[in-house]
Ligand binder design. Structure first.
Ligand SMILES: NC(=O)C1=CN([C@@H]2O[C@H](COP(=O)(O)OP(=O)(O)OC[C@H]3O[C@@H](n4cnc5c(N)ncnc54)[C@H](O)[C@@H]3O)[C@@H](O)[C@H]2O)C=CC1
Ligand SMILES: CC(=O)C(C)=O
Length: 260
């Protein structure tokens, strides 16, 4: 029996990429996992993978930028999986935008999906944990781009700085309920999101696809891109009991990216 058996985790953006790896890893750790995604097909597939491997899982469709849908997802998770302990606010988008091209619509969209979603996730998880009368863990997706402004990713980078600040504030306000709040800050992770970023950057510069990966990749001390599983291993620590004496932190899990 693992130390998290019987506990329940909800992972947003769990249908692919980092979120999928987190959902699979938390299930291996012993959590029952709600896989939440806008893409219902993908969420169903991941929940199916978990069940096929002997875990417990449900798939839920929700738009994380919609407060009501996030609250409903937490409610349904607790009702169907029989509890609630951890939320991983992982879903996000990363449009490539030069600062001179940013519009109000860009700001609105990215901040709704990457930042408002984290506020709604924190609020919904906190309300449920208080109702259940026990503590829990909130884990948010930031990025190396939340530590260093990334050219070409202006609005995205700003949104990930915001996630770090929300993580610190929530940690201070929620400690009295036994809730810890931390974030993870990946580097370049091989997922559909990174593929799309490379494509957008290279096509905007008239370069060959893959050039952006080479440029960002050259900054990684460990000499390789991250896998989703590298990140999931760290989130497993943040979601589990070994991180009990840690809150308000946003560590880098980026292979040692060095920006000059
Ligand atoms: N891939 C990378 O290099 C890095 C990613 N991150 C962050 O990690 C998180 C996951 O990234 P990836 O797996 O690479 O992205 P991805 O684009 O491959 O997957 C994101 C998932 O989130 C879902 N999603 C998007 N908008 C949603 C919404 N409004 N409501 C519900 N679900 C929604 C998508 O359907 C998709 O399944 C994001 O927050 C991203 O910003 C951070 C650092 C590096
Ligand atoms: C997408 C992202 O967060 C990167 C490249 O750090």
């Amino acid at each position: 029996m693992s130390r998290v058996d019987g506990k329940v985790a909800l992972v947003t953006g769990g249908g692919q990429g980092i979120g999928r790896a987190i959902a699979l890893r938390l299930s291996q750790d012993g959590f029952a996992v709600a896989v939440v995604d806008l893409n219902e097909n993908n969420a169903n597939k991941v929940a199916g993978e978990i069940e096929a491997a002997g875990g417990r899982s449900i798939a839920l469709k929700a738009d994380v930028s919609n407060r009501d849908e996030v609250f409903a997802a937490v409610e349904e998770t607790a009702a169907k999986l029989g509890g609630f302990d951890v939320i991983v606010n992982n879903a996000g988008i990363a449009p490539v935008k030069m600062i001179e091209e940013v519009t109000l619509d860009d700001l609105d969209k990215v901040f709704h999906i990457n930042v408002a979603s984290v506020v709604w996730g924190i609020q919904a998880a906190t309300a449920k944990l208080k109702e259940l009368g026990h503590g829990g863990k909130i884990v948010n997706a930031s990025s190396q781009a939340g530590h260093v402004g990334n050219a070409s990713l202006s609005v995205y980078s700003a949104s990930k700085f915001a996630v770090r600040s929300l993580t610190q504030t929530a940690a201070q306000e929620l400690a009295k309920y036994g809730i810890t709040v931390n974030a993870y800050c990946p580097g370049i992770v091989q997922t559909p999101m990174w593929g799309s970023i490379d494509k957008q950057i290279t096509s905007s510069k008239g370069e060959e696809q893959g050039e952006a990966t080479k440029e960002f990749g050259s900054k990684i001390t460990l000499g390789r891109l991250s896998t989703p599983e590298d990140v999931a291993a760290f989130v497993s620590f943040l979601a589990g009991p070994d991180s009990d004496y840690m809150t308000g932190q946003s560590p880098l899990i980026d292979g040692g990216m060095v920006f000059k």
